[in-house]
Design a protein around this ligand. Structure first.
Ligand SMILES: Nc1ncnc2c1ncn2[C@@H]1O[C@H](COP(=O)(O)OP(=O)(O)OP(=O)(O)O)[C@@H](O)[C@H]1O
Ligand SMILES: O=C(O)c1ccc[n+]([C@@H]2O[C@H](COP(=O)([O-])O)[C@@H](O)[C@H]2O)c1
Length: 200
């Protein structure tokens, strides 16, 4: 079993996340993609804008109907600051035989020096780096310092169409009264409207 892990704030989920997950599923021949919403991301200490349950609900709506996609509550249920090392350790215990991949957009590579023990994370889940519209492509040289010898050369560099979309942009657009139609699935857009999320 090959499992991809996509951690994020998903505040809210958008088509960039979904395209990343689908292209990674295809390129890595994954059986399952786990979307793991953070309770609080370590480098975003003010925390997400929408509640944990709203972000889980939006993810469920976004992935509905895709049997390969799942939402994991592991970080939400653990609460506090969501360190990825704790998460991959828990997922490894849940799936002892699986090959695990930690999927991340290229924007995260430059901040790995500020992560908690990335070399231990990548010993459990192999890094799979996706290009991200608006950011430079990641290089092997940037990731190598965070790999132990045995994983060298095992980084997957993945490709998707450049989508210059971010959750911040969706939040800003909603706050300014602008449309987010076609930025995220219709059901997510309707949930945001019904719950009056991100309205300033
Ligand atoms: N447009 C995109 N293209 C490729 N990867 C993306 C894109 N948007 C997000 N990602 C990746 O998805 C993961 C989760 O991202 P996150 O939930 O923090 O969304 P975000 O859009 O970066 O949010 P924010 O704007 O609030 O910082 C990260 O690995 C990030 O690099
Ligand atoms: O474990 C860490 O030290 C760490 C530091 C920064 C970010 N992360 C994880 O990286 C993912 C994307 O984070 P963010 O801040 O872009 O939403 C999310 O799953 C975070 O929990 C993890």
């Amino acid at each position: 079993m090959r499992i991809g892990i996509l951690g994020g704030s998903f505040d809210p989920v958008h088509y960039g996340h979904l395209m990343l997950a689908e292209r990674a599923r295809e390129q890595l021949e994954l059986d399952k993609v786990l979307f793991v919403p953070a309770a609080t991301s370590p480098l975003k200490p003010t925390g997400p804008v929408a509640s944990s349950e709203s972000r889980v609900a939006m993810l469920q709506l976004a992935i509905g109907g895709n049997e390969a996609f799942e939402v994991s509550r592991v970080e939400i249920d653990r609460g506090g600051v969501s360190y990825t090392l704790d998460t991959v350790t828990a997922i490894r215990e849940q799936f002892p035989q699986a090959e695990l991949f930690l999927m991340m957009g290229a924007d995260l590579v430059g901040q790995l020096g500020d992560w908690n023990q990335p070399e231990k994370i990548f010993a459990i889940a192999k890094p799979a780096i996706m290009n991200r519209g608006g950011y430079d492509a990641a290089t092997a040289a940037e990731i190598e310092p965070f790999l132990t010898d045995s994983e060298s050369g095992q980084v997957a560099f993945l490709q998707m169409p450049q989508i210059e979309l971010s959750s911040s942009e969706l939040r800003d657009r909603i706050g300014a009264g602008k449309s987010i139609r076609y930025h995220t699935p219709r059901a997510v857009e309707e949930f945001i409207r019904a719950e009056r999320l991100y309205v300033s």
